[in-house]
Design a protein around this ligand. Structure first.
Ligand code: UD1
Ligand code: CA
Length: 462
């Protein structure tokens, strides 16, 4: 059985954030999210996460993410070795299993690397297998020290390294496979005798070598997978790589992204073939988009289900469903719990909130549809407002099929408009309208002929 311990207790001082470092975000998800996802994708069945700094924040997040994940609290935080010591009970339950230990602040790690290193670990019957990579910038990392024959000796932390050791480019990724029993032995023998007086997990290598156990390092094929972030500049670097990786995978799947500027797509988003994503478009959460859509430019979509052939031009869509052939924009906001059914047209400066809009209905300009149930083929005139809020409670409007709403109409909720009713422009509707009726709810027009001449409101020029 494959198990994992993920280290997420550190503060991450250089992030200058109130959040623990692992909660700092890459493409709008905490770094920890990607580590957990990769570990699960690799087939790991039992996960224990070490929390510490602001542990409530991490625990709350994990409770929402996956209730099967266990946590162990590390307080105070005395280093990565000390962090693993807090999972002693978890390790004791898995002495006969393989335990993956990895940093929670390395979001680029992937299931493929985890599994390739696992195979290497098993093939060599190792007690410890670490993941390493050859990188140019080795500041702050652990250098992998080998003897002349290339045999692993130990990991030297950058802060403890001498000038020669600092030149070693092979770096410790902060990800290790252990035999469960060997990990238990290692944490019982890690001390804090080093430059930082911390308990280094990296000392486990030397400890197990001394015990005569098999060891090895699996060198990552793509050195990017080991990158972490200690400050927000590096966090930006991780965003850039993650964004490129995700965009590329969509393009290789047949999504058209002619210019990736400002295009940020979340890891869970699904996009159909031949859909085009235009610049400055952010798509996140559990969003699913069908085929042949045009999304963007300047569009933000979160947790939405979008059908086929949909056009979203300069739109914001939150927690809603937009069905096939809908055309929205520019400058449209679709707020939570809305459904725009097939063929709906929503034009410029229109907001829809918590409303169901049935097939073929059009609201082409300057309209607010809130808390409403709207039938098919309704025409909203320019400037229609559903007045859903009286300052205390929100009420619904019900609008039947085929209704024609003249420009600048106010519908004071709760109110029901029957099928095919016709509302005169400028009406303020406070009472229900029966089907097929014309409703006029405005002052009638009086023309006083000759009034201007009699009043002489202005002086005539000579
Ligand atoms: C660690 C490794 C280093 C490796 C690098 C890769 C050690 C001693 N060093 O260094 O060899 O090159 O990762 O990124 O392990 N954490 C805790 N409790 C603590 C301290 C840290 O849970 O007391 C967690 C952090 O939240 C973080 C992870 O462990 O997710 C790594 O901690 P960090 O302080 O960033 O280690 P590095 O100095 O980067
Ligand atoms: Ca780190």
């Amino acid at each position: 059985m494959k198990c994992a311990i993920i280290l997420a207790g550190g503060k991450g001082t250089r992030m200058k954030s109130e959040k623990p470092k692992v909660m700092c975000e890459v493409i709008f998800e905490p770094m920890l999210y990607y580590v957990v996802s990769a570990v699960k994708e690799a087939g790991v069945e039992d996960i224990c996460i070490i929390t510490g700094y602001e542990h409530e924040t991490v625990e709350e997040y994990l409770a929402k993410l996956d209730t099967n994940i266990k946590t162990a609290l590390q307080s105070p935080q005395l280093g990565t070795g000390h962090a693993v010591m807090q999972a002693r009970a978890f390790i004791k339950g898995h002495t006969g299993d393989d335990i993956l230990v990895l940093n929670g602040d390395g979001p680029l790690i992937d299931a493929e690397t985890i599994n390739k290193s696992y195979k290497y670990h098993k093939d060599n019957n190792n007690a410890i297998t670490l993941l390493s990579a050859v990188v140019d910038d080795t500041v702050g990392i652990g250098h992998i020290k080998r003897d002349k024959n290339g045999t692993l000796l130990r990991i030297v932390e950058d802060k403890d390294a001498n000038e020669e050791e600092k030149k070693i480019k092979e770096s410790n990724a902060g990800m290790y496979w252990f035999k469960g029993e060997s990990l238990l032995y290692a944490i019982d023998n890690i001390t804090n005798e080093n430059a930082q007086n911390e308990y280094y997990l990296t000392d486990a290598l030397e400890i197990l070598i001394k015990k005569g156990e098999n060891k090895g390092a699996y060198i990552a094929e793509n050195s990017e997978v080991i990158l972490g972030a200690n400050d927000r500049v590096q966090l930006n670097g991780l965003n850039t790589i993650m964004r490129r990786n995700i965009n590329n995978s969509h393009m290789l799947n047949g999504v058209d992204i002619p210019c990736t500027d400002g295009v940020m797509i979340g890891k869970n988003v699904k996009i159909g073939n031949s859909t085009q994503i235009l610049p400055n478009t952010i798509i996140i959460g559990d969003t699913e988009i069908g085929e042949n859509c045009v999304i963007g430019p300047n569009t933000y979509i979160s947790n939405a289900k979008i059908g086929e052939g949909v056009i979203l031009d300069n739109c914001k869509v939150l927690d809603s469903e937009i069905q096939d052939g809908v055309d929205c924009g520019p400058f449209v906001k679709v707020r939570a719990n809305s459904v725009l059914k097939k063929g709906v047209h929503i034009g410029n400066f229109v907001e829809v909130k918590n409303s169901i809009v049935a097939e073929g209905t059009k609201a082409a300009h300057l309209t607010y549809i809130g808390d409403s149930d709207v039938g098919q083929d309704v025409n909203f005139g320019c400037g229609t407002v559903t007045c859903n809020y009286d300052g205390k409670v929100k009420s619904r409007c019900t609008i039947g099929d085929g209704v024609f709403i003249g420009c600048n109409t106010n519908l004071i909720a709760p109110v029901t408009v029957g099928d095919r009713a016709y509302i005169a422009a400028g009406s303020t509707i406070t009472e229900d309208i029966p089907a097929d009726a014309l409703s006029v709810a405005r002052a009638y027009q009086h023309n006083k002929e000759g009034w201007v001449i009699k009043k002489k409101p202005y002086k005539e020029k000579k």
